[in-house]
Design a binder for this molecule. Structure first.
Ligand SMILES: Cc1cn([C@H]2C[C@H](O)[C@@H](COP(=O)(O)OP(=O)(O)OP(=O)(O)O)O2)c(=O)[nH]c1=O
Length: 189
C-alpha cells in the first residue's frame, strides 16, 4: 500500500488528481535548517525525514511512503511558512519585484530502498504595493504556505511568470512523483 506522510490538503489533492490510491499517515517532523546546510539539502532532508517517520509508524512490511517538502528561496535565504501577518508582509515585501526559487523535493521510502526527485522553479513577482500586500494577507491565504503565497489561489494574481512546475510550487511535483512511483511499479503507465 502507498502512503502519503503529509497533513497538506494540497499534496493530497495533487496525488488524487492523477488517480493514485493512497492513505495518509500522520507525522510531525521539525523544520529547522541546520547551520551551513544548503537550501536544497535542507528541503531534501526534511522531505526524507517525513517519509521515514511515516514508514516508522507503519507495521505493513510492503508499505511505501511518500514525503515532500517545499520551500521558497531568495538570496540563499529559506522562506518557510509565516508565523503571523507581520511575518507574511515581511516575506511578500522581500519577494516583491524579484525572481525567487521554489524547491520541492519528494522522497519515496520503503523497507528495501529510498529514492527521491526534486523540482526547481523560478517565480517572478511584480512590484507589490502595500495595499496589495495588506489585501492579500486579509484573504488569510498566506498562512501555512511557504513564502506566504499560494499559486493555486488569489496568489496567482501576484505571479508574473513561472519557469518550472506549477504542482511543484503547490507542494507536490506531479511529473517527478509519478515518475518515481512508476519506476517502482507503484502505478501503471
Ligand atoms: C509556494 C507555495 C507553497 N504552498 C504550500 C505547499 C506546502 O503545503 C507548504 C509548504 O510547507 P511544507 O512544510 O512543505 O508542507 P506542510 O507543512 O504544509 O505539509 P506536510 O509537512 O504535512 O506535508 O506551502 C502552496 O500551497 N502554494 C504555493 O504557491
Amino acid at each position: 500500500m502507498l502512503y502519503l506522510a503529509s497533513q497538506s490538503p494540497r499534496r493530497r489533492q495533487l496525488l488524487e488528481q492523477i488517480g493514485v490510491n493512497f492513505r495518509i499517515v500522520d507525522v510531525d517532523v521539525p523544520e529547522q535548517r541546520l547551520l551551513g546546510e544548503s537550501p536544497r539539502d535542507y528541503v531534501s532532508r526534511v522531505a526524507r525525514e517525513k517519509a521515514r517517520a511515516g514508514l516508522a509508524v507503519l507495521e505493513e512490511s510492503g508499505a511505501a511512503v511518500l514525503g515532500a517538502d517545499t520551500e521558497v528561496v531568495l538570496d540563499d535565504e529559506v522562506f518557510g511558512k509565516p508565523d503571523d501577518a507581520e511575518d507574511a508582509a515581511c516575506m511578500l515585501r522581500r519577494l516583491s519585484g524579484r525572481v525567487h526559487e521554489v524547491i520541492s523535493t519528494v522522497w519515496l521510502v520503503t523497507r528495501s530502498g529510498e529514492w527521491s526527485d526534486t523540482s526547481l522553479s523560478r517565480v517572478t513577482m511584480p512590484t507589490l504595493d502595500n495595499a496589495t500586500i495588506t489585501a492579500y494577507i486579509a484573504t488569510r491565504e498566506p498562512f501555512g504556505k511557504a513564502g506566504a503565497y499560494g499559486i493555486q489561489g488569489h496568489g496567482a494574481k501576484l505571479i508574473e511568470h513561472l519557469d518550472g512546475s506549477h504542482s511543484g510550487v503547490m507542494g507536490m511535483p506531479i511529473y517527478e512523483t509519478a515518475r518515481l512511483l512508476r519506476a517502482h511499479s507503484l502505478i501503471g503507465a
